[in-house]
Design a protein around this ligand. Sequence first.
Ligand code: SF4
Length: 275
Amino acid sequence: MPLSVPDIYQKLLPKTNCGDCGHSTCLAFASMVVSEKIPLANCPHIDRARLPSAQQQIDAQHAAGKWTRRDMAADALQWAKERAASMDLADLPERIGGRLVENKGQQRLELPYFTATIVITPDAISRKDGEPLNRWEQVFIYNHLAQGGRRHPTGNWKGLVELPNTVSKMKSMRSNVEVPLIHHFAGRSSELIAAGRSIGGEVIQDTDAGADVRLLFRPLPRIPVMVQFWDADSQEAFGAEVKFLFDETITEHLDIESILFLSERLMQLLCDKKG
Ligand code: SF4
């Protein structure tokens, strides 16, 4: 028997809308399980005893194509690869950083990525340590190669709303990035610092913004991201808040969709979620 979104929501999920799965509500998560093939196990609160048989049912309906959406990640990846197809490997270190390395007679670019290294050849991108890159990571990396920017970061930070043509993305940024982080780290700012440091984040002691935590990440050499976090204050009846800041040059290096994918990946890494 196939499991529909209401079935999963009613029968399997705790309905607490805690956000620990990276989605703002249990219903949104159920919808992603059915249509986007997100594993049920991404909800850490699901009854583990019921997980294998439920996932088996869902796998069967995915295999039959029932309720699944067109594979948007595959489409986006194909588009991004086509965009990057004309890249000149030799041009990349100056444009986006990293270094060219000769390997078995073939040139490749080794590019820092969070605490890892990505290997870029004309045919593929992968992680040097053999860990997989998910398709959305590949999409924003290919788009970074294709975007053609050359400028180094200036240190002039902008919120997403201050970048051009981002109005339609603000809702996704809120629900897919900020809300899950707020749910995960409200009242736990020291855990945010530890999680940030574990993926290469640097604590910035700058109190001008009044944030409780400021973490500077360098996911890619030309693309720094600042995460500001204000923790909840029950006495002031003030809820936790998160804001991402980007260097003003980011749109020379990533298209707006890719800025969102990168932000989602950073959220997942901070919350220790599978991508
Ligand atoms: S992790 Fe997601 S699906 Fe699970 S209870 Fe929390 S919001 Fe609901």
